[in-house]
Design a protein around this ligand. Structure first.
Ligand code: GLN
Length: 503
């Protein structure tokens, strides 16, 4: 049985019907993780802990006290702190760090919550800064469709783990595209919910006003099942929204409107002109256009809209995110936890050496940019200005939503690139985020679903951006697409060993 090709609902049924036990199911995935170690998707695996959690899940299933997700394996991005696995954020700074508590997301999904079983922690860009997973202090994750190519980032390990069938589902975080872009590059589904929907408690902070956790899985429905567990108010996160939690699956299987003869008849899709401008790879454009045609076939209509400040999202984001990061990362000083330099003559030198030895190049670059834009004399010119444009970007979205229900476009301007190809030019890497950053700046929900393959055999992702709290509708739209297309069901084969890559 290819357990790694089954949906969460199918796995749940198999566990309840005792076709397989949770211990056996987790053993199966642990074996695959070991077999495909060269993909470098995982940073920490503790087989015994996983199997003992699975044993507890089996007991709950036998007693009839289980939830539908109990016993199903899950992998967490290494940005979520966990008690039994290291939590490193892929940084040398936290190389051996073990947290005394679980992040809210881990807690809600784990033994004390839904009863899912943790397979381990997945690779990522250091402190979630990057678009290719190449900034990990522990080497890049490899795209299973072509192992010489990047996975996307920063949640690259989670995307690889799901795409390669090393886990049925994973968690990720998205500050400027880190769920959607790796999901797009690896051919899976990922959702970044409305800002404030999922608690940031225990999520190692990058840029607090932008960071949001979400699921990465094989389908929109699988992701909805996870969102139903992780969303909701948490008093330990001051930006957590205190509103009635949504039912993310409430529109699954329903037509867009009651009198619809076609499944999505009446759906208005806004097509932002700026998402199809210069710089978009032809193959990506063609795939997105054919996905839009497919939606028209389901009864939707496409409406041209504009998001005039799209281009500015890059400078705005790369001022605001580093500014917040420079403040969040000041806690790594070699005193309280994390890496401490071996040689130093006084306190100042201890700080200096611990931070210069512990952080990688990209993290240092962002701390420098962030400290600069916040410094006296430059604050008004950069930080304040960026905040003002952030507001305009959010308003532009509201104008667009006046004439449509959802926006669609590419996730990224191109498919995955070769490992190493862009790592010498940070700005070139930043430009990759052109289509994803604005949803974070506005706090809007956005998702990525597979919609095509390039000639070179690399996946292409379609992005959906909704208005605040439109996730159930977006999941419905994506589900109709996935019920009538096969892109999300393609599986990479072989995962040949990379030449000169990770062992
Ligand atoms: N690529 C963006 C960055 O480097 C986004 C990362 C993210 O969403 N965590 O900051």
């Amino acid at each position: 049985m290819k357990w790694h090709e089954l949906s969460l609902t199918e796995l749940s049924t198999a566990l309840r019907d005792k076709v397989i036990s949770s211990v056996e199911l987790n053993r199966y995935f642990l074996d695959r993780i070991a077999q495909y170690q060269h993909l470098n998707a995982f940073l920490d695996v503790q087989e015994e802990t996983t199997l003992s959690q699975a044993k507890k899940a089996d007991e709950m299933i036998s007693k009839g006290t289980a939830s539908p997700l109990t016993g199903i394996p899950i992998a967490h991005k290494d940005v979520f702190v966990t008690q039994h696995w290291k939590s490193t954020a892929a940084s040398k700074m936290l190389e051996n760090y073990i947290s005394p508590f679980d992040a809210r997301v881990v807690e809600r999904l784990g033994v004390g919550g839904a009863g899912m079983v943790c397979l381990g922690k997945t690779n990522m860009d250091e402190f979630a800064m990057g678009s290719s997973n190449e900034n990990s202090a522990f080497g890049p994750a490899h795209n299973p469709w072509h192992t010489q190519y990047v996975s996307g980032g920063s949640s690259g390990g989670s995307a690889v783990a799901v795409a390669a069938g090393l886990t049925p589902i994973a968690t990720g975080t998205d500050t400027g595209g880190s769920i959607r872009q790796p999901a797009g590059f690896c051919g899976i589904t990922g959702i970044k919910p409305t800002y404030g929907s999922v608690s940031r408690y225990g999520m190692i902070a990058y840029a607090s006003s932008l960071d949001q956790a979400g699921p990465m899985g094989k389908s929109a429905k699988d992701c909805g099942l996870i969102l139903n567990m992780i969303a909701g108010h948490d008093s330990r996160d001051s930006t957590s929204l205190s509103r009635e939690p949504l039912d993310y699956l409430s529109f699954i299987g329903k037509n867009w409107s009651d009198d619809a003869s076609l499944t999505l008849k009446g759906l208005k899709i806004g097509i932002p002109a700026e998402f199809f401008a210069e710089g978009l790879q032809e193959e990506v454009r063609a795939s997105i256009e054919s996905a839009l045609k497919h939606f028209e076939g389901l009864g939707a209509i496409c409406i041209p809209v504009t998001l005039p400040k799209t281009k500015l999202s890059i400078p705005v984001y790369y001022v605001l995110a580093p500014a917040e990061a420079s403040s969040n990362l000041s806690r790594y000083d070699g005193v309280r936890y994390g890496y401490r330099a071996k040689d130093y003559k006084d306190l100042a030198q201890m700080y200096e050496r611990s931070r210069s030895e512990g952080f990688g190049a990209e993290v240092k670059r962002r701390i420098l940019i962030g400290s600069y834009v916040l410094s006296q004399g430059y604050y008004d010119a950069y930080y304040l200005q960026a905040q003002k444009i952030r507001r305009i970007i959010a308003e532009d979205f509201q104008k667009a939503f006046a004439s449509c229900d959802v926006l669609m476009g590419p996730v990224a301007p191109n498919v995955a690139w070769k490992i190493g190809e862009k790592s010498t030019d940070p700005v070139e890497m930043y430009l990759e985020d052109i289509y994803t950053l604005s949803a974070n700046l506005a706090g809007l929900p956005a998702m990525s679903i597979p919609c095509g393959m390039s000639q070179s055999g690399l996946p292409i992702g379609l992005q959906l951006i909704g208005n605040y709290f439109a996730e159930p509708r977006m999941i419905q739209i994506a589900d109709h697409f996935q019920n009538t297309t096969h892109w999300h069901q393609l599986h990479p084969q072989g995962f040949e060993k990379p030449v000169g890559g990770q062992a």
